[in-house]
Design a protein around this ligand. Structure first.
Ligand code: TXA
Ligand code: MG
Length: 336
């Protein structure tokens, strides 16, 4: 299914050119799908009220139809076009975290394309913090948009990632350079109490607790996406538990002729095996900073033909929880 001529528009990330936004918005209004930057990752957007257009997203990504999409808005007036009644607690979170990486699942109005809701009666809504996304939504209206990758692959943090996965499958890409945060939004189910985190992300549990103490469940519950593999790479991702583990395992894989990479942030503990690895990615010690590079590292490891990717874990707290959630998914193989 590579039959479209994918147009690529350069756009200024801070002050998007009106002419570019107008062209992209015209494509959206015609029912086409367009990739655009958000502060987290690139999204693949379609008119949230156009059933046929939203279906094109699922086809382009190869996404399962029972996995619903987030609807992106640019101002608070749009909320009432999507949501039946907004819980008071959701308003508090909107005040504090929007625009930003928090998606809230609430009861949907029937006007939202059924495909975006995966046929259900809830919809996830968020207001992204990116001038290009906001300008596009201002002109085109609310956009249903998942991450702009082929289903199962790491999310795209650069326009090149989008091109590699979706060239010929979508109408256009708005190229505003790399995204900032690198990890997707937190998805919070507000349809029942306590509110449940379906996917940890850019807003941490601790931050949510500050606004709604005792009202958010820490353990992430099962969301619709958990039925499917995510962040899959050709290289097998292996999470290390001890630095000591790695030396003997590395020798073993090398003996089998495998190409082995290492992703680490503790210099003293891993420096000794640097020379024996085919490739080492040194990440920052802060999980938040490391998150910005995670998907680029996973994609790069594949491009370089690595078979094994050893990964030094981060502590599972604050922003580290979101990073580790993704690494664990990545280390679970399709065939398992
Ligand atoms: O940062 C982000 O969230 C990015 C940017 C583009 O906004 N989007 C993104 O979308 O990561 P996607 O489709 O790759 O992930 C959306 C997640 C999925 O796990 C999906 O199951 C969940 O949100 N979700 C969306 N709508 C839902 C709903 N109505 N009920 C339960 N889960 C929902
Ligand atoms: Mg995704």
């Amino acid at each position: 299914m590579n039959h479209l001529q994918t147009k690529c528009y350069k756009v200024d990330p801070e002050t998007p050119e009106a002419s570019v936004i107008a062209e992209a918005a015209a494509l959206i209004r015609k029912g086409e799908v367009v990739a655009f930057p958000t502060e987290t990752v690139y999204g693949l957007g379609a008119d949230a009220f156009n059933e046929e257009a939203v279906c094109k997203i699922f086809i382009a990504k190869g996404r399962q139809p029972d996995n619903p999409l987030i609807v992106h808005i640019s101002n608070m007036n749009q909320v009432s076009a999507l949501i039946k009644s907004v819980p008071d607690e959701a308003r508090l979170l909107m005040d504090r975290f929007w625009p930003g990486p928090l998606t809230m699942v609430m009861e949907s109005l029937p006007s939202v394309a059924s495909a975006a809701r995966a046929g259900g009666n809830t919809v996830g809504v968020r207001m992204p913090r990116h001038p290009v996304a906001l300008a596009l939504i201002d002109e085109a209206g609310p956009l249903a948009a998942p991450s702009a990758n082929l289903s199962g692959r790491p999310s795209p943090t650069t326009p090149e990632h989008v091109k590699n996965d979706l060239d010929g499958r979508i109408s256009a890409i708005l190229d505003a350079g790399p995204t900032g945060m690198g990890i997707e939004s937190t998805v919070l189910d507000m349809t029942q109490k306590p509110f449940r985190i379906l996917r940890p992300g850019g807003i941490s549990m601790e931050e949510l607790e500050e606004v709604l103490p005792g009202m958010v469940e820490t353990a992430e519950a099962k969301g619709p996406a958990d039925r499917y593999p995510h962040y899959q790479t050709r290289a097998r991702v292996i999470l290390l538990s001890e630095p000591a583990d790695v030396a003997s395992a590395l020798h073993e894989y090398k003996k089998q002729g495998k190409k082995v990479g290492l992703v680490a942030h503790s210099d003293e503990e891993y420096r000794h095996i640097e020379k024996e690895s085919d490739l080492v990615y040194w990440l920052p010690p802060s999980a938040e900073e490391a998150g910005k590079r995670l998907y680029a590292v996973l994609r790069d490891a594949d491009e370089r033909g690595l078979d094994i990717l050893f990964f030094e874990p981060y502590p599972e707290e604050g922003k580290g929880s979101a990073l580790m959630y993704r690494l664990k998914k990545s280390s679970q193989r399709l065939e398992e």
